[in-house]
Design a protein around this ligand. Sequence first.
Ligand code: ADP
Ligand code: MG
Length: 343
Amino acid sequence: MEKKRLKDIGEFELISRIRRWTRTSIPSIIRGIGDDSAVIELGGKVLLITTDILIEGIHFDPAWIDPFNLGRKSLYVNLSDIAAMGGQPRYFLISLGIPKSLSLLYISLFYRGLKAGAKKFNVYLIGGDTSLSEKITINICVFGEADKDSIIFRKGAKPEDDIYVSGTLGDSALGLEILKKEGQNGKPKGLFKRHLSPIPRVELGKEIAKNHLATSMIDISDGLLIDLQHILKESNVGAQVWEDSIPISSLYKRFVNNYSNDFYGFAKTGGEDYELLFTVPPRFRDKILLLSRFKNIPITRIGKITSKKEGFYLIKKDGGKYSPKTLGFEHFKSEALYRDLLK
Ligand code: ADP
Ligand code: MG
């Protein structure tokens, strides 16, 4: 038996071992472990399947998020993984672990939020499971669909491709930091909102896929650098990122200095923005510009893909190059986001 513990290897090394232990190959599984959603062939179309777990004290603190937002966010983080493949989410299952003492009102508000989110994105609840548990535990599994020839994997980025990101980054992590330091009466509410009710980029993902613009794509759930690294690993390439091109909001600009010495810190390694990160051949620059205007969503070029041997580095405004030490959030390795319950 190996003596190593999970905290020595971290979440992603664990997943890559699980991937080796359980490797299967049957033709109907186009993609199993290793992407934002699994991809299963069904006739001319593909079925996309993704699941995420949210655990009280690890992913959320009921003191800061109300049940309505919690219900909606639980669904949205899953929709984001379908968006990252360029698919259309359709149906979902939800399994809940609930403490006995929780009020019925809490659960009904949770379902109200869930339903509001489902309605907004035209997805339908088709079942789930319920059990007693010590902490609130939420697991959602979403099924989506896409055309086989338009889905976008983490794999596929090529040297010289441009790297783009939608929206602005770091707001969610900065919002959480302020919530933790100042409590709910802190400011600004706009940053809290980015943390408590992020919006998945489903329309944008579909549009990118339909027009075959991207060579690879992922949603930013654990942080820009770590999620970019997932693309680099799966695609076998390197990258350079221009630090001062990373898009940040005006609220971020105003408040970040009170909470960090690294101006781009939350934008580089903070998670839960649920923006899309994707790579595009330079010949499509005009098309990306048009798409951004047409959808009214900021899309920013933040760097380029290089060969694997050039590695992964950032370039600062003054031209200085550096390799990032911390990349983002990783279970078993990073400090817990909320309470450090489990050592
Ligand atoms: P995301 O952050 O986009 O949800 P993850 O990092 O959680 O992606 O997962 C990466 C890949 O590993 C996915 O294909 C996911 O299905 C798979 N995966 C994660 N945990 C497990 C597990 N315990 N067993 C098998 N596969 C897993
Ligand atoms: Mg993802």
